[in-house]
Each structure stands twice: as structure tokens, then as C-alpha cells.
Design a protein around this ligand. Structure first.
Ligand code: PRP
Ligand code: URA
Length: 207
């Protein structure tokens, strides 16, 4: 299922993330903030359990998160830009890394690194990448996380192209996709239009 998180704060910040005049420093800060806000939404279905606490006045019934174990799996490089923001809300999450880059000619994903938490099979995984373009990178990362046995998988991105949503939903119909926007289309180079350009380069100032 596709979840478009269109909270006003997220939409406001996303506009500045898209802006070509936003510096890498501001871009990183905004991506981090939006990731925190999106984490609030992506954790909405987290199961709770009842506990009792003693207030200064009396005993109270409260609810706490029911021991849920989460693994964040950023796709290198650009997924790193969202990871800190999510960890602010889910500080106990473990973090795995999957290195995938998109071949500029074929647009096919090329895997070059993988390190997942040892106990990933006991965890619900959130695969993170700001850009869902053709969907090849995300689908390849989800393949890896599933093969390692994660209990469930969600995909979190900032901007998705309709082509990427269709591709991932077809390959992985059980994976919920969370995004702040679904843009118009891909251009001939596989870039999202209007998108934000190359997320990795904008985060790390490499171009
Ligand atoms: C970007 C982006 C995604 C991928 C999306 O990474 O961060 O991982 O492209 O494209 P796709 O949906 O068509 O696969 P890139 O390949 O530029 O690598 P980088 O993050 O190392 O710059
Ligand atoms: N990767 C990016 O960083 N941006 C796009 O628009 C497409 C793929």
C-alpha cells in the first residue's frame, strides 16, 4: 500500500529540499527533520501494551511500546541522510547498511555492500532511501532484507516516481511504501521530474 504523508510541516520543508538554491548544509538539516516527522507516521501502527506506573499522586495505567524490535536499513549513500532523523524517534533501532548504486547507463542496481543486524529475523525492517525512481535499487535492497528473514518490511522515501511505486509494488506487494510526494514521471536519464536532483550529491556536496 502507498502512504503519501502530506502533513503541512513535511510539505513545507520538502519545498526547500527541492530548491536548487538550498545548500548541502541546509539540505541535510531539512532531510533529517522530514525523516523525523515521517518516522512519527510510519510508526503509527506500533503495538502497545498496558503497564502500571506510580505517579507522585496515585497509580496510573499507561501504555508503552510492546517490545517491538526495529531495524533501519538505509541504502547507501543517500539513505544515510534520513537515518539520524528516524533514530531520534526510534533510538533503540539497529541499523543495517546496503550499498546499491544505479548504473548510469543501464539504470540497473549494482550491489556493492551489505551489513545487516545479526538478529534481523527478529526485527521489522524499514528500508530507507530518499529517491524511489525506477524502483530498482529499493526492490534489490528489499530482496536482500527479505532473504535475511526480516519479520516485515516497509519502504520509506521522500520523493517517489509513479514508475518506482508500480515496480516495487509489483515485485513486493506486501511492502508498504511511505513517501512525502509522488512526482510526475522519470526523465530520459531516470531522474525524477521535478524531483530534487541527485540526492546523494546534494546531501554530501559531491557535485
Ligand atoms: C540514487 C538514490 C537511490 C537510487 C534510486 O542513488 O539514492 O538509491 O538512485 O534510483 P532507482 O529507483 O532508479 O534505483 P545513486 O544510484 O545515485 O547512488 P548514491 O546514493 O550512491 O549517489
Ligand atoms: N536518484 C536520485 O538521486 N535522483 C533521482 O531523481 C533519481 C535517482
Amino acid at each position: 500500500m502507498l502512504h503519501v504523508i502530506n502533513h503541512p510541516l513535511i510539505q513545507h520543508k520538502l519545498t526547500f529540499i527541492r530548491d536548487i538554491n538550498t545548500s548541502p548544509k541546509e539540505f541535510r538539516e531539512l532531510v533529517d527533520e522530514v525523516a523525523t516527522l515521517m518516522a512519527y507516521e510510519i510508526t503509527r501502527d506500533t503495538p502497545l501494551e498496558e503497564v502500571e506506573v506510580q505517579t507522585p499522586v496515585a497509580k496510573a495505567r499507561g501504555r508503552v511500546i510492546a517490545g517491538k524490535k526495529v531495524a533501519l536499513v538505509p541504502i547507501l549513500r543517500a539513505g544515510l541522510g534520513m537515518t539520524g532523523g528516524i533514530l531520534k524517534l526510534i533510538p533503540t533501532a539497529r541499523v543495517g547498511h546496503i550499498g546499491v548504486y544505479r548504473d548510469p547507463q543501464t539504470l540497473q542496481p549494482v550491489e556493492y555492500y551489505g551489513k545487516l543486524p545479526e538478529d534481523i529475523a527478529e526485527r521489522d525492517a524499514i528500508v530507507i532511501d530518499p529517491m524511489l525512481a525506477t524502483g530498482g535499487s529499493a526492490a534489490a535492497a528489499i530482496d536482500i532484507v527479505k532473504k535475511k528473514g526480516a519479520k516485515s518490511v516497509k519502504l520509506m522515501c521522500l520523493i517517489a516516481a509513479p514508475e518506482g511505486v508500480t515496480y516495487v509494488s509489483t515485485r513486493h506487494p506486501d511492502v508498504d511504501i511511505y513517501t512525502a510526494a509522488v512526482d510526475e514521471r522519470l526523465n530520459d536519464h531516470g531522474y525524477i521530474v521535478p524531483g530534487l536532483g541527485d540526492a546523494g550529491d546534494r546531501l554530501f556536496g559531491t557535485k
